[in-house]
Design a protein around this ligand. Structure first.
Ligand SMILES: [Zn+2]
Length: 366
């Protein structure tokens, strides 16, 4: 009898792993298509991003195909990023770990959450956004899951679980919102009208630049967090590498500058200087997506997880930020996203939250 049970257990573990690999394969589709506003189910078959040829099912088996094709497209030979394999393996391993650690109905809900965490992480790393399908969709799914499975919110009552889940989502959104708005207050208004026309300069230093307005000087990269961030300078006069312009508005992105109909890549410019009257600076270190993402985490894991994810996420984020800066791996165009660290925090809570709470309660009672 025991050996039969053991056999069952192994059988279901294998199923969990294989299911994870298949879901990971679907997540790769989401990671590629969602931020590009492409449908995730149309076309049905996956296609190679390089030659756009459809990939037949026998070349689209999770894990195996990437290994078998040695990371290359079978028809055009272009590289298939290692990320595809990594996402499948990671999803498979986490599905297995969740299956072994939790009762089956909790495991089903956590599988869904972990899929959302993985998709959000890889999209955020690449595009600095987390799509609403994941964040808002995830919040709705978390609230629904909590209603069906009150144990997710540590209760046995369905309606109480639903309310706790909603409140936890609101807490996640609200706390990050305060941080975001607080940050704006602390760093001053977004739009700054200068008392008098002021000299400014932008000077290339390595792969960053020094940006000086009047007495204020700072690193160029410090002003940008997102690809879409825009810094506006309303200028009386401007000199771009020796070329004179009068009365124009410079519209900067972290990597380029536009004025009138023209656009230049900053990599090709050494120095911009001139006289500025008014500037508008992007101040959001966090995107709105992070707020909604934390709401989704709260909806699945409850309010304690929200607090823990912020704490662990900020800590991990600053450690990684510091480390990459120290070893010189970070370039100025590569800003750190926050989503992946929130996701790690949530994952940590999922597996070790109970242990942490028990430890903390023990501390209080000792
Ligand atoms: Zn191809």
């Amino acid at each position: 009898m025991d050996s039969l049970l053991a056999a069952y257990s192994h059988f279901f573990s294998v199923i969990a792993f294989v299911l994870g690999a298949v879901v990971g394969s679907f997540l790769n589709v989401c990671i590629y298509r969602l931020p590009r506003d492409l449908s995730v189910n149309e076309p049905k078959r996956s296609f190679c991003p390089a030659c756009e040829k459809q990939i037949p099912w026998q070349q689209n088996l999770p894990l195996f195909s990437w290994l078998f094709l040695r990371g290359r497209c079978a028809s055009c030979g272009s590289r298939i990023p290692f990320r595809y394999f990594a996402v499948e393996l990671l999803t498979a391993l986490l599905f297995l770990a969740i299956w072994r650690a939790f009762p089956w109905e909790i495991a089903l809900a956590y599988w869904l959450l972990v899929a959302l965490l993985i998709a959000a992480t890889f999209i955020d790393f690449e595009h600095f956004i987390i799509p609403d399908e994941i964040t808002l969709g995830g919040t709705a799914a978390g609230v629904l899951a909590s209603f069906i499975l009150p144990a997710l919110m540590q209760t046995t009552q369905h309606w109480r679980a639903l309310l706790t889940s909603l409140a936890s989502a609101a807490l996640g959104y609200g706390l990050l919102w305060i941080v975001l708005e607080g940050g704006k207050l602390a760093f001053g208004k977004k739009k700054i009208r200068l008392e008098a026309p002021t000299l400014f300069s932008w000077t290339r230093v390595g792969d960053d630049a020094e940006f000086v307005v009047g007495e204020d000087r700072g690193l160029w990269s410090d002003h940008f967090a997102r690809e879409k961030d825009q810094l506006l300078l309303h200028c009386d006069e401007v000199v771009i590498d020796g070329r004179n312009l009068s009365k124009t508005t410079l519209r900067f992105h972290y990597d380029r500058v536009a004025f009138g109909e023209e656009e230049l890549v900053l990599d090709t410019i050494d120095r911009i200087s001139g006289v500025v009257r008014e500037l508008q600076i992007p101040r959001e270190a966090m995107g709105r997506g992070d707020l909604k993402f934390l709401a989704a985490i709260g909806a699945f894991l409850g309010w304690r997880a929200v607090l823990f994810s912020i704490f662990a996420g900020s800590l991990l984020g600053s450690l990684v930020g510091l480390a990459t800066l120290l070893i010189g791996k970070r370039v100025w165009s590569a800003k750190l996203p926050f989503g992946p660290y929130l996701a790690l925090g949530a994952l940590g809570w999922m597996f070790f939250g109970d242990v942490l709470v028990a430890w903390y309660v023990g501390l209080l009672n000792s």
